[in-house]
Design a protein around this ligand. Structure first.
Ligand SMILES: Nc1ncnc2c1ncn2[C@@H]1O[C@H](COP(=O)(O)OP(=O)(O)OP(=O)(O)O)[C@@H](O)[C@H]1O
Ligand SMILES: [Mg+2]
Ligand SMILES: [Zn+2]
Length: 260
């Protein structure tokens, strides 16, 4: 019985012929089957290149979207989202030490962080938030770690609010928010109200992180004694364990220089 489809498939191939592309001029077209002939090879190449560029652009857009979501969720203030480690200018030994500390601290996220904590203390404008955010940006961007930037008052407010009977969130869920990230940065230590509830919220978070060996960086305008008083002895002791380090930002403010 005649099968027209098979007849077409098995029909003898025709000889090559010369065709003309509007863009690329003459090319050799090969017969594939029936009325199907190869098209201009240059056009085919251009189409493949465009498909590859489109694919790369889509991939980059997805990567950018992922990164901006990650940045958004990190709590890093907008102003500090471009405060990378290389943008920290080190002009004296203290700044060089602080920058090297930050670089080493961030590098630990490549193979599981030791969990050692850090305290950055110093006068306003000396770059504590810049360096801490620089660590977070590198840990996230280069090593795929998760990071969260918060303040003592934000942290304790969230945990305390979860305690109230009509809260949307349970207390343990609120604590988990701050325990989950690979890196937690707690800014404005010593600006808090200093209530027992605040100290308890901080302790609950830091104790869980300590047990899971997750690092926390504290930032403060107070001196070390002030930080100890603000955090409470129990939090402070946990922080000092495992080689937790205090970095003193002893130089002048950078803020005036930016305006200048
Ligand atoms: N060494 C530096 N190189 C480049 N920029 C710096 C440096 N130090 C500080 N800055 C910039 O100066 C501004 C103030 O720094 P930052 O906010 O980090 O100070 P801070 O120590 O956190 O101050 P505060 O205690 O008031 O919070 C920021 O814009 C920061 O990027
Ligand atoms: Mg700051
Ligand atoms: Zn062509």
């Amino acid at each position: 019985m005649r099968n027209p489809v098979l007849e077409v498939i098995h029909a003898p191939r025709q000889a090559d012929r010369t065709e003309v592309c509007d863009i690329h001029g003459e090319y050799t077209s090969r017969h594939i089957m029936a009325r199907i002939w190869t098209r201009c090879p240059e056009c085919a190449k251009a189409a493949a290149a465009k498909a590859e560029t489109d694919r790369q652009e889509a991939e980059k857009a997805a990567r950018d979207a992922r990164w901006s979501r990650q940045l958004g969720e990190s709590g890093i203030p907008l102003r500090f989202q471009d405060r990378t480690l290389p943008r920290f200018v080190a002009e004296n030994d203290g700044q060089r030490y602080a920058l090297q500390f930050a670089v080493d601290y961030a590098a630990e996220f490549e193979h599981g962080h030791s969990g050692r904590c850090a305290v950055f203390v110093g006068e306003p404008g000396t770059g504590k938030t810049h360096l801490a955010c620089g660590i977070a940006l590198r840990a996230m961007g280069k090593f795929g770690a998760s990071a969260l930037f918060t303040t003592v008052s934000k942290l304790s407010r969230r945990v305390r609010e979860a305690k109230s009977f009509d809260a949307d969130e349970t207390e343990s869920a609120a604590i988990r928010i701050f325990v989950y990230p690979d890196l937690l940065i707690v800014d404005e230590v010593g600006v808090q109200s200093g209530t027992d509830a605040e100290a308890r919220a901080l302790f609950d978070v830091i104790n869980d992180r300590y047990e899971q060996r997750k690092p926390t960086i504290f930032l403060s305008n107070l001196d070390l004694g002030g930080v100890q008083a603000a955090l409470g002895a129990r939090v402070f002791d946990r922080m000092r364990e495992d080689g937790g380090e205090v970095v003193s930002f002893t130089w002048g403010s950078h803020r005036g220089r930016i305006a200048a």
